[in-house]
Design a protein around this ligand. Structure first.
Ligand SMILES: [Fe+2]
Ligand SMILES: [Fe+2]
Length: 479
Protein backbone atom coordinates (compact mmCIF):
# COMPACT_ATOMS: atom_id res chain seq x y z
CA UNK A 1 0.00 0.00 0.00
CA UNK A 2 1.80 3.08 -1.19
CA UNK A 3 1.28 6.50 0.25
CA UNK A 4 0.10 9.43 -1.78
CA UNK A 5 2.46 12.38 -1.27
CA UNK A 6 0.82 14.42 -4.01
CA UNK A 7 -1.81 15.46 -1.50
CA UNK A 8 -1.52 18.11 1.15
CA UNK A 9 -1.94 15.42 3.78
CA UNK A 10 -0.11 12.24 2.72
CA UNK A 11 -2.32 9.26 3.45
CA UNK A 12 -3.31 5.76 2.53
CA UNK A 13 -6.94 6.16 3.55
CA UNK A 14 -8.14 7.59 0.25
CA UNK A 15 -8.65 11.02 1.72
CA UNK A 16 -9.30 12.69 -1.66
CA UNK A 17 -12.51 10.70 -1.99
CA UNK A 18 -13.81 11.90 1.35
CA UNK A 19 -14.41 15.64 1.06
CA UNK A 20 -15.90 16.00 4.53
CA UNK A 21 -12.97 14.42 6.32
CA UNK A 22 -10.48 16.16 4.07
CA UNK A 23 -11.99 19.52 4.97
CA UNK A 24 -11.93 18.71 8.68
CA UNK A 25 -8.29 17.64 8.61
CA UNK A 26 -7.23 20.53 6.40
CA UNK A 27 -8.75 22.95 8.84
CA UNK A 28 -6.96 21.27 11.75
CA UNK A 29 -3.60 21.25 9.92
CA UNK A 30 -2.78 24.99 10.38
CA UNK A 31 -3.47 24.76 14.11
CA UNK A 32 -1.18 21.74 14.26
CA UNK A 33 1.58 23.66 12.49
CA UNK A 34 1.11 26.61 14.85
CA UNK A 35 1.41 24.21 17.76
CA UNK A 36 4.59 22.69 16.24
CA UNK A 37 6.09 26.17 15.81
CA UNK A 38 5.26 27.11 19.38
CA UNK A 39 5.90 23.82 21.18
CA UNK A 40 8.00 21.69 18.80
CA UNK A 41 11.84 21.53 18.82
CA UNK A 42 13.25 24.95 19.61
CA UNK A 43 15.07 27.00 16.94
CA UNK A 44 14.66 24.51 14.14
CA UNK A 45 12.63 26.41 11.54
CA UNK A 46 15.65 26.59 9.30
CA UNK A 47 17.20 23.25 10.12
CA UNK A 48 17.64 20.42 7.62
CA UNK A 49 17.44 17.03 9.31
CA UNK A 50 18.24 13.61 7.88
CA UNK A 51 14.85 12.03 8.52
CA UNK A 52 13.09 8.88 7.51
CA UNK A 53 9.64 9.22 6.03
CA UNK A 54 7.04 6.56 5.46
CA UNK A 55 6.61 5.70 1.78
CA UNK A 56 4.45 2.64 2.22
CA UNK A 57 3.04 0.69 5.11
CA UNK A 58 4.63 -2.63 4.24
CA UNK A 59 6.50 -4.12 7.20
CA UNK A 60 9.84 -3.60 5.51
CA UNK A 61 10.94 -0.87 3.22
CA UNK A 62 8.56 1.80 4.39
CA UNK A 63 11.31 4.22 5.28
CA UNK A 64 12.92 6.65 2.88
CA UNK A 65 15.80 8.83 4.10
CA UNK A 66 16.71 12.38 3.16
CA UNK A 67 17.38 15.85 4.54
CA UNK A 68 14.11 17.62 5.28
CA UNK A 69 13.38 21.02 6.80
CA UNK A 70 11.46 20.06 9.87
CA UNK A 71 8.39 22.25 9.44
CA UNK A 72 8.10 20.74 5.93
CA UNK A 73 7.98 17.19 7.26
CA UNK A 74 5.00 15.44 5.65
CA UNK A 75 2.90 14.36 8.60
CA UNK A 76 0.21 12.05 7.38
CA UNK A 77 -2.22 9.27 8.04
CA UNK A 78 -1.03 5.72 7.61
CA UNK A 79 -2.84 2.58 8.63
CA UNK A 80 -1.70 -0.97 8.07
CA UNK A 81 -3.74 -2.74 5.36
CA UNK A 82 -7.04 -4.25 6.50
CA UNK A 83 -6.95 -7.90 7.42
CA UNK A 84 -9.66 -9.73 5.52
CA UNK A 85 -12.59 -10.92 7.68
CA UNK A 86 -10.89 -9.77 10.86
CA UNK A 87 -12.80 -10.82 13.96
CA UNK A 88 -12.98 -9.51 17.50
CA UNK A 89 -10.62 -11.82 19.34
CA UNK A 90 -11.58 -11.45 23.01
CA UNK A 91 -14.28 -10.40 25.43
CA UNK A 92 -18.07 -10.68 25.13
CA UNK A 93 -18.03 -10.03 21.36
CA UNK A 94 -15.39 -12.64 20.63
CA UNK A 95 -15.93 -14.19 17.20
CA UNK A 96 -18.06 -11.32 15.82
CA UNK A 97 -16.69 -9.36 12.86
CA UNK A 98 -14.40 -6.48 13.88
CA UNK A 99 -16.16 -3.11 13.92
CA UNK A 100 -15.55 -0.76 11.01
CA UNK A 101 -17.68 1.93 12.66
CA UNK A 102 -17.85 2.93 16.31
CA UNK A 103 -20.45 0.86 18.18
CA UNK A 104 -22.88 3.38 19.72
CA UNK A 105 -22.82 1.86 23.20
CA UNK A 106 -19.01 2.22 23.44
CA UNK A 107 -18.71 5.57 21.76
CA UNK A 108 -17.67 7.70 24.73
CA UNK A 109 -15.37 5.03 26.16
CA UNK A 110 -13.58 4.58 22.86
CA UNK A 111 -13.27 8.32 22.40
CA UNK A 112 -11.70 8.59 25.84
CA UNK A 113 -9.22 5.81 25.07
CA UNK A 114 -8.18 7.50 21.82
CA UNK A 115 -7.91 10.95 23.42
CA UNK A 116 -5.78 9.58 26.28
CA UNK A 117 -3.41 7.88 23.84
CA UNK A 118 -3.40 10.93 21.54
CA UNK A 119 -2.58 13.29 24.39
CA UNK A 120 0.73 11.56 25.17
CA UNK A 121 2.07 12.16 21.66
CA UNK A 122 2.29 15.99 21.58
CA UNK A 123 3.11 15.91 25.31
CA UNK A 124 6.44 14.19 24.73
CA UNK A 125 7.33 16.65 21.97
CA UNK A 126 6.68 19.47 24.43
CA UNK A 127 8.75 17.77 27.13
CA UNK A 128 11.69 17.41 24.75
CA UNK A 129 11.58 20.74 22.98
CA UNK A 130 14.75 22.28 24.47
CA UNK A 131 16.99 19.23 24.10
CA UNK A 132 18.29 20.09 20.63
CA UNK A 133 20.16 23.02 22.20
CA UNK A 134 22.30 20.68 24.30
CA UNK A 135 22.71 17.67 22.00
CA UNK A 136 25.78 15.49 22.58
CA UNK A 137 26.24 15.01 18.80
CA UNK A 138 24.58 15.59 15.44
CA UNK A 139 23.67 11.91 15.36
CA UNK A 140 21.76 12.27 18.63
CA UNK A 141 20.14 15.53 17.60
CA UNK A 142 18.87 13.80 14.48
CA UNK A 143 17.46 10.90 16.50
CA UNK A 144 15.72 13.32 18.85
CA UNK A 145 14.08 15.12 15.94
CA UNK A 146 13.11 11.83 14.30
CA UNK A 147 11.34 10.81 17.49
CA UNK A 148 9.69 14.24 17.70
CA UNK A 149 8.28 14.24 14.16
CA UNK A 150 6.97 10.71 14.62
CA UNK A 151 5.26 11.59 17.89
CA UNK A 152 3.70 14.42 15.92
CA UNK A 153 2.53 11.88 13.37
CA UNK A 154 1.09 9.70 16.12
CA UNK A 155 -1.02 12.67 17.09
CA UNK A 156 -2.24 12.81 13.48
CA UNK A 157 -3.10 9.12 13.66
CA UNK A 158 -5.36 9.67 16.68
CA UNK A 159 -6.83 12.90 15.27
CA UNK A 160 -7.78 11.05 12.10
CA UNK A 161 -9.77 8.57 14.19
CA UNK A 162 -11.44 11.33 16.19
CA UNK A 163 -12.38 13.37 13.16
CA UNK A 164 -13.47 10.51 10.97
CA UNK A 165 -15.47 8.48 13.47
CA UNK A 166 -16.63 10.77 16.27
CA UNK A 167 -18.31 13.69 14.54
CA UNK A 168 -18.41 17.00 16.31
CA UNK A 169 -17.19 15.68 19.68
CA UNK A 170 -14.22 14.20 17.86
CA UNK A 171 -13.39 17.54 16.23
CA UNK A 172 -13.56 19.28 19.59
CA UNK A 173 -11.28 16.70 21.15
CA UNK A 174 -8.84 17.11 18.24
CA UNK A 175 -8.66 20.84 18.97
CA UNK A 176 -8.24 20.26 22.70
CA UNK A 177 -5.24 18.00 22.02
CA UNK A 178 -3.43 21.10 20.75
CA UNK A 179 -4.48 23.20 23.72
CA UNK A 180 -3.26 21.23 26.72
CA UNK A 181 0.43 21.69 27.56
CA UNK A 182 2.86 19.40 29.33
CA UNK A 183 3.45 20.64 32.88
CA UNK A 184 0.98 23.54 32.61
CA UNK A 185 -0.76 23.75 36.01
CA UNK A 186 -3.99 25.06 34.43
CA UNK A 187 -4.10 22.89 31.29
CA UNK A 188 -1.88 19.88 31.95
CA UNK A 189 -1.55 16.81 29.78
CA UNK A 190 -3.80 13.96 30.93
CA UNK A 191 -1.24 11.52 32.38
CA UNK A 192 1.30 12.25 35.13
CA UNK A 193 4.53 11.08 33.48
CA UNK A 194 3.79 13.37 30.54
CA UNK A 195 3.84 16.42 32.78
CA UNK A 196 7.32 15.66 34.13
CA UNK A 197 10.24 17.62 32.72
CA UNK A 198 12.75 16.04 30.34
CA UNK A 199 15.49 18.54 31.16
CA UNK A 200 18.58 16.64 30.01
CA UNK A 201 19.70 13.88 27.68
CA UNK A 202 20.05 11.25 30.38
CA UNK A 203 16.36 11.79 31.13
CA UNK A 204 15.59 11.72 27.41
CA UNK A 205 17.27 8.36 26.91
CA UNK A 206 15.59 6.95 30.02
CA UNK A 207 12.29 8.34 28.76
CA UNK A 208 12.63 6.75 25.32
CA UNK A 209 13.77 3.45 26.83
CA UNK A 210 11.08 3.36 29.53
CA UNK A 211 8.19 5.66 28.68
CA UNK A 212 8.15 5.03 24.93
CA UNK A 213 8.09 1.37 25.90
CA UNK A 214 4.90 2.06 27.82
CA UNK A 215 3.73 3.45 24.46
CA UNK A 216 4.64 0.14 22.85
CA UNK A 217 2.59 -1.84 25.37
CA UNK A 218 -0.42 0.47 25.25
CA UNK A 219 -0.36 0.49 21.44
CA UNK A 220 0.02 -3.28 21.35
CA UNK A 221 -3.04 -3.66 23.60
CA UNK A 222 -5.00 -1.23 21.41
CA UNK A 223 -3.80 -3.00 18.25
CA UNK A 224 -5.93 -5.92 19.50
CA UNK A 225 -9.03 -3.70 19.62
CA UNK A 226 -12.27 -4.83 18.03
CA UNK A 227 -12.53 -1.32 16.56
CA UNK A 228 -10.59 -2.06 13.41
CA UNK A 229 -9.44 1.46 12.41
CA UNK A 230 -7.88 1.88 15.87
CA UNK A 231 -6.19 -1.48 15.58
CA UNK A 232 -4.73 -0.68 12.14
CA UNK A 233 -3.56 2.79 13.25
CA UNK A 234 -1.78 1.37 16.27
CA UNK A 235 -0.13 -1.38 14.26
CA UNK A 236 1.60 1.14 12.05
CA UNK A 237 2.53 3.35 15.03
CA UNK A 238 4.26 0.31 16.56
CA UNK A 239 6.64 0.09 13.61
CA UNK A 240 7.72 3.69 14.33
CA UNK A 241 7.90 3.10 18.09
CA UNK A 242 10.63 0.48 17.65
CA UNK A 243 13.07 3.23 16.65
CA UNK A 244 12.21 5.30 19.73
CA UNK A 245 13.05 2.34 21.95
CA UNK A 246 16.29 1.85 20.06
CA UNK A 247 17.23 5.50 20.66
CA UNK A 248 16.75 5.05 24.41
CA UNK A 249 18.42 1.69 24.81
CA UNK A 250 21.41 2.50 22.62
CA UNK A 251 21.75 5.97 24.17
CA UNK A 252 22.09 4.54 27.68
CA UNK A 253 24.32 1.75 26.34
CA UNK A 254 26.70 4.37 24.92
CA UNK A 255 26.73 6.27 28.23
CA UNK A 256 27.59 3.07 30.09
CA UNK A 257 30.29 2.25 27.55
CA UNK A 258 31.89 5.66 27.93
CA UNK A 259 31.75 5.52 31.75
CA UNK A 260 33.31 2.05 31.78
CA UNK A 261 36.09 3.19 29.43
CA UNK A 262 36.95 6.10 31.71
CA UNK A 263 36.68 3.92 34.84
CA UNK A 264 39.24 1.56 33.33
CA UNK A 265 41.45 4.37 32.09
CA UNK A 266 41.56 6.06 35.50
CA UNK A 267 41.33 2.79 37.43
CA UNK A 268 38.65 4.21 39.71
CA UNK A 269 35.02 3.83 40.64
CA UNK A 270 34.99 6.98 42.74
CA UNK A 271 31.93 8.95 41.55
CA UNK A 272 33.60 12.28 42.27
CA UNK A 273 36.65 11.51 40.17
CA UNK A 274 34.47 10.20 37.38
CA UNK A 275 32.33 13.30 37.51
CA UNK A 276 35.41 15.52 37.24
CA UNK A 277 36.42 13.46 34.23
CA UNK A 278 33.15 14.52 32.59
CA UNK A 279 31.23 11.24 32.64
CA UNK A 280 28.12 9.93 34.38
CA UNK A 281 28.91 7.58 37.27
CA UNK A 282 26.91 4.34 37.32
CA UNK A 283 25.11 4.97 40.67
CA UNK A 284 23.65 8.15 39.15
CA UNK A 285 22.44 6.15 36.15
CA UNK A 286 20.78 3.74 38.59
CA UNK A 287 18.93 6.62 40.28
CA UNK A 288 17.62 7.94 36.98
CA UNK A 289 16.51 4.42 36.10
CA UNK A 290 14.66 4.16 39.44
CA UNK A 291 12.90 7.45 38.86
CA UNK A 292 11.80 6.94 35.25
CA UNK A 293 10.78 3.32 35.78
CA UNK A 294 8.56 4.12 38.78
CA UNK A 295 6.95 7.14 37.13
CA UNK A 296 6.23 5.09 34.01
CA UNK A 297 4.73 2.17 35.96
CA UNK A 298 2.06 4.58 37.19
CA UNK A 299 0.86 5.00 33.59
CA UNK A 300 -0.70 1.53 33.75
CA UNK A 301 -3.10 2.66 36.47
CA UNK A 302 -4.37 0.93 39.59
CA UNK A 303 -3.73 -2.79 40.20
CA UNK A 304 -7.44 -3.53 40.22
CA UNK A 305 -9.56 -1.65 37.73
CA UNK A 306 -13.14 -2.01 36.59
CA UNK A 307 -12.38 0.33 33.68
CA UNK A 308 -9.71 -2.04 32.43
CA UNK A 309 -12.11 -4.96 32.91
CA UNK A 310 -14.79 -3.17 30.88
CA UNK A 311 -12.38 -2.23 28.10
CA UNK A 312 -11.57 -5.92 27.83
CA UNK A 313 -15.05 -7.44 28.11
CA UNK A 314 -16.33 -4.88 25.62
CA UNK A 315 -13.62 -5.78 23.11
CA UNK A 316 -12.01 -2.33 23.07
CA UNK A 317 -8.54 -3.05 24.49
CA UNK A 318 -6.89 -6.46 24.63
CA UNK A 319 -3.91 -7.91 26.42
CA UNK A 320 -0.36 -7.75 25.07
CA UNK A 321 -0.22 -10.23 22.17
CA UNK A 322 -3.77 -11.34 22.93
CA UNK A 323 -4.06 -13.79 20.06
CA UNK A 324 -0.84 -15.57 21.05
CA UNK A 325 -2.12 -16.28 24.56
CA UNK A 326 -3.62 -19.74 24.97
CA UNK A 327 -6.84 -19.40 26.94
CA UNK A 328 -10.49 -18.67 26.22
CA UNK A 329 -9.88 -14.90 25.78
CA UNK A 330 -12.80 -14.15 28.07
CA UNK A 331 -11.17 -14.62 31.46
CA UNK A 332 -14.31 -16.01 33.05
CA UNK A 333 -13.06 -17.60 36.27
CA UNK A 334 -9.32 -17.03 35.96
CA UNK A 335 -7.24 -15.30 38.57
CA UNK A 336 -4.11 -13.16 38.57
CA UNK A 337 -1.74 -12.19 41.39
CA UNK A 338 -1.47 -8.54 42.37
CA UNK A 339 0.68 -7.02 45.11
CA UNK A 340 -1.29 -5.89 48.13
CA UNK A 341 -0.88 -4.70 51.70
CA UNK A 342 -1.74 -6.87 54.66
CA UNK A 343 -1.22 -4.58 57.62
CA UNK A 344 2.37 -3.50 57.13
CA UNK A 345 3.33 -6.52 55.06
CA UNK A 346 3.38 -6.84 51.29
CA UNK A 347 1.55 -9.89 50.02
CA UNK A 348 0.56 -11.29 46.65
CA UNK A 349 -3.20 -11.61 46.36
CA UNK A 350 -5.08 -13.57 43.70
CA UNK A 351 -7.92 -11.60 42.17
CA UNK A 352 -10.17 -12.08 39.15
CA UNK A 353 -7.88 -11.84 36.14
CA UNK A 354 -10.26 -9.59 34.25
CA UNK A 355 -9.99 -6.94 36.98
CA UNK A 356 -6.17 -7.17 37.04
CA UNK A 357 -5.46 -6.35 33.40
CA UNK A 358 -3.56 -3.15 34.26
CA UNK A 359 -1.28 -5.16 36.49
CA UNK A 360 -0.79 -7.80 33.89
CA UNK A 361 0.21 -5.27 31.23
CA UNK A 362 2.52 -3.60 33.78
CA UNK A 363 4.16 -6.99 34.45
CA UNK A 364 4.55 -7.72 30.73
CA UNK A 365 6.12 -4.30 30.33
CA UNK A 366 8.48 -4.71 33.29
CA UNK A 367 9.69 -8.04 31.94
CA UNK A 368 10.58 -6.36 28.64
CA UNK A 369 12.42 -3.56 30.49
CA UNK A 370 14.40 -6.11 32.48
CA UNK A 371 15.68 -7.68 29.26
CA UNK A 372 16.99 -4.30 28.14
CA UNK A 373 18.70 -3.77 31.50
CA UNK A 374 20.34 -7.20 31.11
CA UNK A 375 21.74 -6.10 27.77
CA UNK A 376 23.20 -2.98 29.43
CA UNK A 377 24.80 -5.12 32.11
CA UNK A 378 26.70 -7.06 29.47
CA UNK A 379 28.62 -3.86 28.72
CA UNK A 380 29.85 -3.43 32.30
CA UNK A 381 30.63 -7.15 32.56
CA UNK A 382 32.60 -7.08 29.33
CA UNK A 383 34.57 -4.09 30.62
CA UNK A 384 35.38 -6.10 33.76
CA UNK A 385 33.47 -3.72 36.01
CA UNK A 386 31.62 -5.09 38.98
CA UNK A 387 28.40 -3.07 38.84
CA UNK A 388 24.99 -4.16 37.65
CA UNK A 389 22.00 -1.93 37.01
CA UNK A 390 18.72 -3.24 38.34
CA UNK A 391 15.08 -2.30 37.99
CA UNK A 392 13.60 -1.29 41.34
CA UNK A 393 10.68 -3.27 42.78
CA UNK A 394 7.44 -2.43 40.99
CA UNK A 395 5.94 -0.93 44.16
CA UNK A 396 8.86 1.46 44.72
CA UNK A 397 8.10 5.21 44.55
CA UNK A 398 4.60 4.86 43.21
CA UNK A 399 1.99 7.60 42.99
CA UNK A 400 -0.93 5.48 41.78
CA UNK A 401 -2.49 2.30 43.13
CA UNK A 402 -2.19 0.40 46.40
CA UNK A 403 1.38 1.55 47.03
CA UNK A 404 0.86 5.21 46.24
CA UNK A 405 2.82 7.41 48.62
CA UNK A 406 1.03 10.25 50.34
CA UNK A 407 -2.40 8.57 50.20
CA UNK A 408 -4.36 7.05 53.07
CA UNK A 409 -2.10 4.04 53.35
CA UNK A 410 0.96 6.31 52.83
CA UNK A 411 3.30 3.42 52.37
CA UNK A 412 6.96 3.57 51.39
CA UNK A 413 8.71 0.77 49.55
CA UNK A 414 12.47 0.44 49.11
CA UNK A 415 13.93 -0.50 45.69
CA UNK A 416 14.38 -4.07 46.99
CA UNK A 417 10.66 -4.35 47.84
CA UNK A 418 10.90 -3.93 51.60
CA UNK A 419 8.19 -1.84 53.24
CA UNK A 420 10.00 0.86 55.19
CA UNK A 421 9.19 3.61 57.66
CA UNK A 422 8.71 7.27 56.80
CA UNK A 423 11.96 8.00 58.57
CA UNK A 424 13.94 5.51 56.51
CA UNK A 425 12.37 6.82 53.35
CA UNK A 426 13.33 10.39 54.20
CA UNK A 427 16.87 9.32 55.06
CA UNK A 428 17.47 7.11 52.04
CA UNK A 429 15.41 8.50 49.19
CA UNK A 430 18.30 10.60 47.86
CA UNK A 431 20.34 7.39 47.58
CA UNK A 432 17.59 5.99 45.40
CA UNK A 433 16.33 8.94 43.40
CA UNK A 434 18.30 11.72 41.70
CA UNK A 435 19.20 14.44 44.21
CA UNK A 436 19.67 18.13 43.45
CA UNK A 437 23.39 17.62 43.15
CA UNK A 438 22.90 14.70 40.74
CA UNK A 439 20.69 16.90 38.59
CA UNK A 440 23.30 19.65 38.76
CA UNK A 441 26.06 17.32 37.62
CA UNK A 442 23.99 16.06 34.69
CA UNK A 443 22.99 19.62 33.79
CA UNK A 444 26.66 20.68 33.86
CA UNK A 445 27.40 18.09 31.14
CA UNK A 446 24.69 19.35 28.82
CA UNK A 447 26.70 21.33 26.30
CA UNK A 448 25.89 21.32 22.65
CA UNK A 449 28.27 19.34 20.46
CA UNK A 450 27.29 19.90 16.86
CA UNK A 451 30.37 19.27 14.72
CA UNK A 452 30.07 16.24 12.42
CA UNK A 453 31.49 13.11 14.06
CA UNK A 454 32.20 14.76 17.44
CA UNK A 455 30.74 13.42 20.71
CA UNK A 456 30.23 14.94 24.15
CA UNK A 457 32.57 13.69 26.91
CA UNK A 458 29.92 11.52 28.57
CA UNK A 459 28.79 9.32 25.69
CA UNK A 460 30.51 6.87 23.34
CA UNK A 461 30.00 7.16 19.57
CA UNK A 462 27.33 4.89 18.09
CA UNK A 463 28.67 1.65 16.65
CA UNK A 464 26.82 2.31 13.38
CA UNK A 465 25.37 5.35 11.63
CA UNK A 466 21.72 5.85 10.73
CA UNK A 467 21.01 4.15 7.40
CA UNK A 468 24.70 3.11 7.46
CA UNK A 469 25.99 6.65 7.11
CA UNK A 470 29.64 7.27 8.08
CA UNK A 471 30.60 8.47 11.56
CA UNK A 472 31.14 12.09 10.45
CA UNK A 473 27.91 12.37 8.45
CA UNK A 474 26.19 15.75 8.70
CA UNK A 475 22.85 14.51 10.06
CA UNK A 476 21.65 18.00 10.85
CA UNK A 477 22.43 21.16 8.90
CA UNK A 478 21.68 24.47 10.54
CA UNK A 479 21.25 27.22 8.00
FE1 LIG B 1 4.05 7.84 20.03
FE1 LIG C 1 7.38 7.00 20.82
Amino acid sequence: MSINYAERIPNNVNLSNDRRLQRALESWQPSYLDWWKEMGPENTEDTDVYLRTAVSVDPDGWAQYGHVKMPDYRWGIFLTPPEEDRKINFGDHKGEPAWQEVPGEYRSTLRRIIVTQGDTEPASVEQQRHLGLTCPSLYDMRNLFQVNVEEGRHLWAMVYLLQNYFGRDGREEADALLQRRSGDPDHPRILGAFNEKTPDWLSFFMFTFLTDRDGKYQLAALAESGFDPLSRSCKFMLTEEAHHLFVGESGIARIIQRTCDVMNELKTDDPERLRSAGVIDLPTLQKYLNFHFSVTLDLYGAEISTNAANFYTNGLKGRFEETKIEDDHQLGGESYGVPDLDGDKMIQRDVLAVTALNERLRDDYAEDCAKGVDRWNRITRKAGIDYQLKLPHKCFHRAIGTFAMGTISDVHVAPDGRIISDAEWTRKSTDWLPSDSDHEHIQSLMKRVAAPGKMASWIAPPPRGINNQPQDFEYVKTN
